[in-house]
Structures are given as C-alpha cells and as structure tokens.
Design a protein around this ligand. Sequence first.
Ligand code: AMP
Ligand code: MG
Length: 428
Amino acid sequence: MKIATEPPKTPGLSVSEAQACILGKIIPLDAEEVGLGEALGRALAEEVCANRDLPPYDVSAMDGYATRAADIGEAPKTLQIIEDIKAGDTPRFSLQPGQCARIMTGAPLPPGADTIVRLEDTRPLEHDKVEFPIPVKPGTDIRQRGESMREGEVVLQPGEEITPGTIGVLATVKRAKVKVVRKPRVAILSNGDELEALDEPFDPRKIPDSNSYALMAQTQALGIEPILLGIARDNPEELASFLRQGLEYDVLLISGGTSVGVHDHVRPTLAALGVTIHFWRVEMRPGHPVAFGTSDHALVFCLPGNPVSSMVCFEQLVLPALRRLMGHRRLFRRAIPVRLAKAVKTKQGRAEFVRATLSRDASGAYVATPAASQSSGNILSMTHADVLLVAPGRHNALNMDETAQAQLLESAIWQSTPDTELDGGFLL
Ligand code: AMP
Ligand code: MG
C-alpha cells in the first residue's frame, strides 16, 4: 500500500484573493504630527484649508505695463508712465486716462488698471513715455485675487499622498506641521542553517543572506526604515525566540523555512506563539509557498526563501499591506500595457511574474524584454528588472509582439535620454 507522505495539494488562493484577504484585515495606523521635512511620501491624516486668498489681490502675470485697455483702443498709442511697481510694493496712485505704470510679475495692479501689456509688446520713448504699437484685449495677463485658492477652501483631503507639490501647498497655507498616518514598524528575519550573514567570515559552502537586505531595501523604498533581526537557524527554539521579538513589531517579514521540508519550522512555530495563519500557498510563480498570519497586533508574512520569490511576494502581497497601513489610497504598482520584444515560456495554472527591462520602439511605444534567466534563485534577474510582466494563469507563454500588463518597479520611472517630443513645442 502506498502512503502519502505530503499533505494533499489543495490549490492555494489566487493573487487577488490573497491580496483581498490581507487588506481585509488591515486598518490604517493612527496619525502623528510631523514637520514638512518629514512629510514627503506620507498619507495626509487631516483636511487642510487655505488661510488666505491667493493671490491676495489682483497681480500682474508678466513684466510689462499696467494699463486701462480703453486708453490703448486703436493702437498705436502713447501713455505716460506714473510709477514703477515691483512685487511686494503697494501702488501709490490710481491710473487716470492716458497713464500707465511699469509693473513686474507678481506686483499688485494699481487701482484703475484692467490690462497688462507685456514689455516685449511695447516701445520705450523718452523718459516717462511708452508706446503701445498693437491693440490689447482687456483683462490680459492679470491673475485675479483668489484665483489659485480662496480663504477657507479645502485644498487637501485626508488620505492624499504627500508629493513635492503637496509640500508646496502646505507651505503656501503656512502649515509647518501636518498630521500624517504613522509609519509601520517593520522587522525582517531570515531563516536557514545554510545562511551566511553579511558580517560573517566568507565560507564557500554557505549561502549569503541576501533576502534580509533586499527586503530591507524594498521596505525603505516605501519610506519605512525596518529593523533586521538577523538569521534564525532551523531549530524551533531559536526560531521561537526570534519570532517572539519580531511579533513586537507592526509587521514581521520572515523569509525561508515556510515550505513543507522537515526543517521548515516557521509556520508551526508561529502557530505555537498564537499567530493565526490565514492562508498558505498562493497560485503564483515565483512565490507559491507564501503564508500570511496575524497575531493580536502584528501582521506576519512568511515569504519563500528563494531570493526572487521573496521579492516578488513582497511586491504582490506585502507592498499593498504596508501602503494601506500607511493610510494610502493607491495601494498597487501602476501597470501599463507593453509589447513583448521576445517570447517567454510560462507554466499554466499560476499567475507568473516575469522580470523584464523596458524600452521604447521607433514609434515611441513601450517594449519589454524578459530577462534571460527567470529562475527564482537568480537575484540578478531582479537587478535589471524595470517591470514585472504578468502572465495570467491561463497562459503557457507570452508570445513575441503580444501585449502584456507590466507592473512598473522603482527603476521604470527613469530613462537615459530625454523625450524627443520635448523639441516639438519650440518655434526654432
Ligand atoms: P527555503 O524557503 O528555506 O526552503 O529556501 C529556499 C531557497 O532559498 C534555498 O535555496 C535557500 O538557500 C534560499 N534562501 C533562503 N533564505 C535565504 C536568504 N535569506 N537569502 C538568500 N537565499 C535564501
Ligand atoms: Mg530553509
């Protein structure tokens, strides 16, 4: 009689089911107040209102002359210059018929003025006279009071991601401090007897612990500074002591030891420490033997040991969780359709994440070239990846010239040459 030595292979969750399971257990962390220097990339935790009209009065949008359009009427016309107004000045005179004022960008309009004429559309005459050779349209080049924002108007909503532009708005409304969602405290643990720590002497028979550092960097890329707990050996007592430390954090990331090998102690040890495992195995490649659990206050991700699997699981499952904890609304990497420069074989039945570089073809369309090695053990395939191409489980290949969705990784926003379209706007 044959006896099964492995647990039955029940199918795991799909990637989106796993994401829904995780996100369903997360509520954003509480708010804290930070200075503008620490606010970039955080989610706003309050509504922000304008504290004055901006501009506070009608101002000139150009260097030129403040005029009464009716005075210029049928150009050319000559007007008398009565004063110079710079940004920050208060005009001293009202414009009377036949008068104008030299005015700089951002300076307040003198009473009576209704139109700005750009300097380049005028001709200087003797000392206090200027000629307007072409007709003007009333109201030209004036920024009206309150045009950018009105006092009391809500300018930023809770949940908005703080970008450099947002920081500019916060400074505009004089918010030196702002309420944002607190960052999660994240701990990272590697697991395995074969692992060699970065600061350990070189031993050619060992496997360097790269996961602690790749996961650290993926976490840092989200603006979070994680703690590295180190390496737990494949022994339940040592592992339990590391896990106890890790469960003090908001999020614990463990790589290695989560599969079905006899030395894979992570899941049973977590269960013994009171962690509820909500799922184990996700129908994805790389990254199938991944588990997610919760204690009463911590989220626990058990990631596969293979370096690429651990990073891809972070991308698909940990990243949206950390972003939700941080109060963000946009939880997922943006995906764009790209054309495949080369075919790549995939296996049917699991969503496959294919590492690829991104370039543009002669027509400007995005083209992805899959990395030569798609082995989950080959960390080099992640180094040069701009995108993760998604091959849905129903496919057994992504064919050349086919269109696939590409999740944009950090490096994808940079390119080595400027956009040629930029030249199109100039009249040379
Ligand atoms: P495991 O998930 O423990 O079965 O490990 C699967 C593979 O990943 C093995 O070849 C391990 O040597 C490798 N591995 C596990 N942890 C790490 C790590 N922290 N850094 C690099 N490789 C690892
Ligand atoms: Mg192991």
